[in-house]
Design a protein around this ligand. Structure first.
Ligand SMILES: CC(C)(COP(=O)(O)OP(=O)(O)OC[C@H]1O[C@@H](n2cnc3c(N)ncnc32)[C@H](O)[C@@H]1OP(=O)(O)O)[C@@H](O)C(=O)NCCC(=O)NCCS
Length: 141
């Protein structure tokens, strides 16, 4: 049974590193703003092990998007992907943040965000060395 709860900045690093920065230095999984007072982190726990993570931090949206909060570091361990862990994390974030949010979605997972009610904004763009992304926006609760 998956339980989603708030965790610390340090708690999200292992899953972020394994899923989003594999083979790269652990420091690449630390984000500027992780320790800011208004930054929030959530973990999805399975038997007390963190198997999925996501963070939300204050960041004005680019491109005229109406949102002051950026969703970042969305990651589920590969062996649990497709088991609705990511959806559970986003559901909790929606309920607890409630205000409009934006993110830079990897092009390959745009469909995941769209399933959770996020909308694609604008053209694809590159974030080296990761690849193509698209800005996405959630209008708030
Ligand atoms: C993207 C990610 C967070 C999604 O989490 P997940 O637990 O695997 O996804 P879920 O099982 O909760 O999927 C929820 C719904 O989205 C759909 N979905 C999931 N990944 C999808 C994708 N890549 N494209 C289209 N739809 C997708 C599922 O089919 C499911 O649909 P349903 O509600 O009709 O059953 C996870 O797969 C992951 O960590 N991927 C690698 C890292 C990554 O790309 N992170 C995002 C960076 S922007």
């Amino acid at each position: 049974m998956i339980a989603v709860r708030r965790v610390s900045a340090a708690d999200v690093v292992d899953v972020r590193h394994a899923v989003l920065r594999p083979g790269r230095p652990r420091e690449t999984a630390l984000f500027a703003g992780d320790e800011d007072a208004d930054t929030r982190h959530w973990g999805a726990l399975l038997d007390d092990r963190i198997v999925g993570v996501v963070s939300v931090m204050a960041a004005p949206a680019p491109d005229g998007i109406d949102a002051d909060w950026q969703l970042r570091g969305m990651a589920v361990l590969s062996e649990l992907q497709g088991a609705h862990v990511g959806a559970a994390l986003v559901r909790t974030v929606h309920a607890e943040v409630a205000a409009p949010m934006w993110c830079n979605a990897r092009a390959a997972v745009e469909g995941f965000y769209a399933r959770q009610g996020w909308r694609a904004v604008g053209e694809l763009f590159e974030i080296p060395p990761i690849g193509p992304h698209r800005r996405m926006w959630w209008p708030g609760a």
